[in-house]
Design a protein around this ligand. Sequence first.
Ligand code: ADP
Length: 612
Amino acid sequence: MKIPARSALSWCAALCVIAAVGFCGFAVYDRSGRADAKAAGDERIGLYASTLNQVVERFRTLPFVLANDERIHRLLEAPTDPARIDTVNRSLASLAAAAGADALYVMNAAGLTLAASNYDQPKSFIGENYSFRPYFRDAVTRGFGQFFAIGVTTGEPGYFLSRPVWRNGELLGVAVVKISLEGLEADWRSAGETIALADNRGVLFLASPPNWKYRPIRPLSEAERTDIKRSMQYSGISLEGWPLLKHARSPDNGDVVDIAMADSDLHSFLVTRSDLQGYGWTLYAFTELAPIRHAAILAGAASALTAAVLLLLSLWWRGRRATLRAKLDAHDMLEQRVTERTHELVRANESLSREIEDRRRAEDALKRAQDELVQASKLAALGQMSAALAHEINQPLAALKTTLASAKLLIRNGSTERAAATVATIDDLVARMSELTQHLRTFARKDFGETEPVDITVVAQRALALANARLGAEGVRTVIDMPAGGATVIGNATRLEQVLLNLLGNAADAVANERERTIAVSVVQDDGQVQISVADSGPGIAPQNLASVFDPFFTTKQVGKGLGLGLSISYAIIEDHGGRLRARNRADGGAEFSFNLPVAQPAAPAATAIGA
Ligand code: ADP
């Protein structure tokens, strides 16, 4: 995988930042750790110095007290008196035990020990001469002496404090107290401290690490070695070994030194030192740097980790912001597209609404035109029927005229009963004409009304009644097949009558030139449907015309005879009623027009069938 140069550069920069932060964390913690260690070392060393001082000070006056003790004076005046020796021995022993001193003893002016608190112990000081010890000489010359040394008799280290014993200006001897400082060392050790006490030549005579004891902290000069040997300060101890530190100068306060420990590995220590005034000693406190360094390394690692986490977080955050921005941009773009699309849709919707409105207006116009056509058609049918109607009305009128004349004659002759019967005939004739005109009025009315339950058999009979005059005149036989109980459909009676009248008119036209002139009208109710059909015995419809007969203005009739509108209007009317007008040629000759309408409810009793 190839990493882009820019991305590699960013990663390098990030790693550099993490490393720098880690290093800074390490440096800061290391520095503050050392400062803390130094402050703690200063505090500790002050504490240990004052403890040491307290231990020594407790005994500082003891040689002075001994130097003024009368019993010691008497002993020094008569050094061989066993009673005096015994008295002083016992007194020194009890005093040493009470004070906690290692040993108390008295030497004569030549340095020979005459009495000692350890008089009864195998390694008693009695009889030993310590004139070579500096503390003896110092007491004689300076009035007091103090000296740390390993005991030449006992081999145990101790601190020697001495005072001269004077009597009337004559030096009688020297009184000495030896105190042990081993307890301090044990305290340092148990406190887990690394503390060492060096004498004026830099030899560590007290040290909490056991293998540091009696090692010079720095290389000793030849003169110093000779001096030590002469005073037998460290008798039985070889100081030829390696110094603790390899350089000639003792470390200063705050120095860092490397020391080989028991495991022979070099350990780094921070040194704190305190020069103990009046003793010529130096107290050193050593603080190991490894834990501070480990803590600083941990702190550096934690800083680097924190920096890495923060960098990753910032990268993640930037990535997230970029993603969010991209999403917002995409969202804005989408919103803009939606807005544009919405505007387009609104425009399309407006144009669609306009189209719908245009279409609705067109439909209204069409409906109006259709209604006008229905009316025109009806009037045309009426015109066609007028001749037959004239005949139909003329007939009863002629009969009426004849009957009236005979009625007049009968009345004149006084035969009123027969005249009444004649008047009844006149009544029938008038009723027949009235019925005819009633139908004509209904048919011609320009009223399409609301739909309602209509008995289709009644409608069919009305149409037949209207057509009857013509059918009768032209010798057409009608065959009517309708259910006795009627058949109710939902529709408009006037319009359905118009359809049937039109079908009857066409059928009459079809059979006009035939020898056999029959028109069959049937109403069949079956399975929730009513089927109405008008069949004739005419020549039928030419096959090529079957598809066109419902087209407006399609006619095969002579000019002036047909408009070609009847079937198209009838088709539209039946369609309005939820049905479909169909045309077919019957197998046994002639055409048949039929349509279906759904049954509405049980029909009212049917009117009587009309025959021609
Ligand atoms: P018109 O009667 O004015 O011609 P129609 O729409 O009523 O208009 O009829 C259209 C045509 O359908 C007629 O011209 C005729 O050719 C044909 N037609 C209608 N009824 C019949 C029928 N019963 N027998 C044969 N042809 C018919």
